[in-house]
Design a protein around this ligand. Structure first.
Ligand code: S5P
Length: 455
């Protein structure tokens, strides 16, 4: 089973199952959509798939093998190569010229044929395909299926006397994805309701509340952050991009009552001294009940990140409740961030950033599957399992002339479904940072409550 599970998770990386709201060919609305065709483009996976499918068979006593066109054609080919069972090809439509043949390849009447199908739903298309093969004098008794959508197909074929060998069922797949936190309970319930034939309740686009998010989060730093948000009615993170210890402490004292976290770039503090800079900062954070978030944006191999996190003069692991990290070094590079909740940089707010849709998709896969990651920094909506942190917020201006692009709290909550806004110069450069922090706190909370009301 473990082997099969690991194999499925490899396949899943190819985007073969999507969850959401899909209208099927039949007009029915489904909470998931399966397309196994991308697997054929990965030779290693295709070979392993052939192996897994062959292992489902009690014996390999077949004269021929045939894939239902088109998705199962490469699968049948791979099984043929693996098992030495000769391949025949069924056309989708008979040729209108020449031989008008429906089955191509070398075969003789009376031979047995193993049939391969990628996905089975109702089983009706297989029931149409089988007679076309049998009409050529071949017998079909066994069918290999990669994924059973569990909508009656297997039972229908079995009731007609066929032996159906299935590698994965959708329920099995849901269990695997739930175990890996790639699906939540709600999604699983919706899929089960669909499979049981009940009408499905799709979520309205309104967002989850902080209370709901707190229940779903396992990481203590994420829970704490959400608790502070509820306690203070704030979703504001102030970015303390100041360059002296004095300014840092003053800002922390002033804005502390209004924020959920203070974000630092600790390496820009010119007079940094651990005891003089960090220890008082920890006291201020405790006094005003906010978390410390070091925006280090780690971007190296795991070993180097581990050293940068725990050693050197900053000793980030000793005090940062939250840290930011790029995910460019791959998932294992995040393994050593044990003491802090990791916020993955999924997309950046600066003009010309290289975090395009493809990058973001890959970054999200890492973020979603890594237990140290609690959320992401992005300028786009991200899955609700992750907390979204949005920098580039300013009520006064749309840019800084250095590539930064600003939007408002309303935009961030309404269009991006963000959870936390990050404000730098809008607060620390204001004439009265404390008042500015209060204004952003109120604007952020208002935007959150408005977004909750949205149908
Ligand atoms: O994409 C990003 C990611 C981050 S963390 N864009 C950002 O601006 N940031 C950080 O947010 C940036 O490093 C800075 O500390 C803060 C934004 O500051 P502001 O002065 O532009 O509000």
């Amino acid at each position: 089973m473990e082997n099969k599970k690991a194999f499925f998770l490899e396949c899943y990386k190819h985007g073969i199952i999507k969850f959401g709201k899909f209208t099927l060919k039949s007009g029915i609305e489904s909470p998931f959509y399966v397309d196994l065709r991308p697997l054929a483009s990965d030779p290693k996976i295709l070979k392993q798939l052939a192996h897994h499918l062959l292992n489902l068979l009690p014996d390999r006593n077949f004269d021929l093998i045939c894939g239902v066109p088109y998705a199962a054609l490469p699968m049948a080919t791979a099984i043929s190569l693996e098992s030495q069972i000769p391949l025949i090809i069924k056309r989708k439509e008979a040729k209108t010229y020449g031989t008008k043949k429906l089955i191509e390849g070398v075969f003789q009447k009376g031979q047995s044929c193993l049939l391969v199908e990628d996905v089975i739903t109702s089983g009706k298309s297989l029931l149409e395909t089988i007679p076309e093969i049998e009409n050529e004098g071949l017998s079909v008794a066994d069918i290999l299926i990669v994924l059973d959508r569990q909508q009656g197909g297997t039972a229908l074929l079995e009731s007609k006397g066929f032996r159906v060998h299935t590698l994965f069922t959708i329920s099995e797949v849901c269990t695997i994805l739930r175990e890996e936190n790639l699906l939540d309970d709600k999604q699983v319930q919706r899929i089960n309701a669909f499979l049981e034939g009940n009408p499905i309740q799709f979520d309205t686009p309104s967002r989850l509340s902080y209370e709901q998010k707190r229940e779903r989060q396992n990481h203590s730093a994420a829970k704490k952050l959400l608790e502070i948000a509820l306690d203070k009615k704030s979703n504001l993170i102030a970015s303390a991009d100041v360059i002296t210890t004095k300014e840092l402490h003053e800002l922390a004292e002033n804005v502390g009552p209004h924020i959920v976290a203070l974000k630092t770039h600790i390496d820009i503090i010119t007079d940094f001294d651990y005891d003089k800079t960090i220890l008082p900062l920890i006291d201020i954070a405790q006094k005003h009940n906010f978390l410390l978030m070091e925006d280090r944006k780690f971007a190296d191999i795991g070993n180097t990140q581990e050293l940068q996190y725990s050693y050197g003069i900053y000793r980030i692991s000793a005090w940062a409740d939250l840290i930011t990290s790029q995910v460019i070094g791959g998932s294992p590079s995040l393994d050593f961030f044990h003491n802090s909740g990791v916020i993955a940089i999924v997309g950046m707010s600066s003009k010309g950033a290289l975090t395009d849709a493809n990058y973001r998709e890959e970054a999200l896969k890492i973020a979603l599957s890594h237990p140290n990651v609690i959320g992401g920094v992005a300028q786009n909506p991200i899955p609700e399992e992750l907390l979204l942190f949005t920098p580039g917020i300013n009520l006064e201006t749309s840019g800084d002339g250095k590539g930064q692009q600003y939007s408002t709290p309303q935009h961030a909550f309404k269009n991006l479904q963000t959870d936390f806004i990050i404000v730098g110069r809008g607060i620390y450069k204001a004439d009265q940072p404390e008042k500015a922090a209060l204004d952003y706190k109120i604007a952020g909370w208002q935007a959150y409550t408005d977004a909750l009301k949205k149908p």
